[in-house]
Design a protein around this ligand. Structure first.
Ligand SMILES: C[S@@+](CC[C@H](N)C(=O)[O-])C[C@H]1O[C@@H](n2cnc3c(N)ncnc32)[C@H](O)[C@@H]1O
Length: 283
């Protein structure tokens, strides 16, 4: 599916007036605190890429003795499964309050966390529409040869409840993007690499888990309309915000780490020729 390069679509929806302070902004905050401030039923689509709780017990080493740049950051650490579950239920509950009845939520995760997230979703009343497998065209090998190559992540797509009506699924657009055949639930995208991958002056990745733009673009293209509002509570370096901007959707992006917020703002400024009144607040 070809992605638009810039926002060319005129918005046809009026976002909730109570969203104004955060609309088309990257907010530097803890998402639980920010979500508390958003009005009830004000968001059309949520894309969440939460901490995975990877629990890496040891450094990963390649056969050539180089160290794998895995995600061992503080933001991905939880002291127990119970602590992770508590956090998961808190943000999923907060998201459900701000989601419109016609809205949907997507969560991406790996085998480390997605089953726990799935159980929490169902316990909280969300209704699963699909799970989609992101098949990685270029996965990292299992260097020690003790397991299968881990070549996919899972996205869960759900609506607010079993009886919720009116959610957006742009069926015909998806079919057209798939050569005239129904879009399937296995999506093939390479890992985020090359020119798309944000790097510092030394060539190191700016963010350990930056997602491919194409993947999030498909989510937004499938499940929202121009002018609607997309919320990302774990925005990282702003991939969802960029995809939303290119598709003519509004966004509310929340990220706790100031360094990632700065990178997201720089990326968005380049996208929008400085037209967006972007700002960040908090610490
Ligand atoms: C898996 S990464 C998201 C990457 C993002 N999808 C991208 O493409 O750049 C999760 C992000 O959530 C942030 N985070 C973790 N806990 C948070 C919280 N309570 N509130 C806001 N952001 C949080 C982390 O700093 C990290 O950048």
């Amino acid at each position: 599916m070809s992605q638009p390069s810039r926002s060319r679509v005129q918005p046809v929806h009026s976002p909730h007036p109570g969203l104004a302070p955060w609309l088309d902004r990257v907010v530097c905050a803890d998402c639980l605190e920010l979500l508390e401030q958003l009005p009830d039923e004000s968001i059309d689509l949520i894309f969440a890429d939460p901490p995975y709780n990877l629990q890496l017990a040891q450094t990963l080493i390649r056969p050539d003795s180089s160290v794998v740049d895995a995600c061992d950051d503080e933001w991905d650490q939880f002291e127990s499964f119970a602590a992770y579950d508590q956090f998961t239920r808190a943000w999923l509950s907060a998201c459900r309050r701000v989601l419109k009845d016609s809205g949907t939520l997507w969560v991406i995760g790996s085998y480390h966390n997605i089953f726990r997230v799935g159980a929490a979703l169902q316990d909280l009343g969300y209704w699963v529409l699909n799970d989609v497998v992101w098949v990685k065209a270029n996965p990292m090998p299992n260097f020690r040869g003790v397991r299968f190559t881990n070549a996919h992540e899972t996205l869960i797509w759900c609506k607010k409840s079993a009886t919720a009506k009116g959610y957006v699924f742009n069926y015909h657009d998806m079919k057209a993007a798939n050569g005239g055949k129904q879009m399937r639930s296995d999506w093939y995208f390479p890992l985020c690499n090359g020119g798309e991958r944000l790097r510092d002056e030394d060539g190191a990745k700016l963010h350990p888990t930056q997602k491919p733009l194409g993947l999030i673009d498909r989510v937004i293209a499938a499940a929202s309309r121009p002018g609607q509002v997309v919320l990302d509570p774990f925005a990282g370096v702003g991939t969802t915000a960029v995809a939303a901007l290119r598709r003519g959707r509004h966004f509310v992006a929340v990220e706790r780490e100031p360094g990632y917020v700065a990178a997201a703002l720089q990326r968005l400024e380049a996208e929008s020729d400085g037209q967006l009144p972007l700002f960040a607040y908090g610490t």
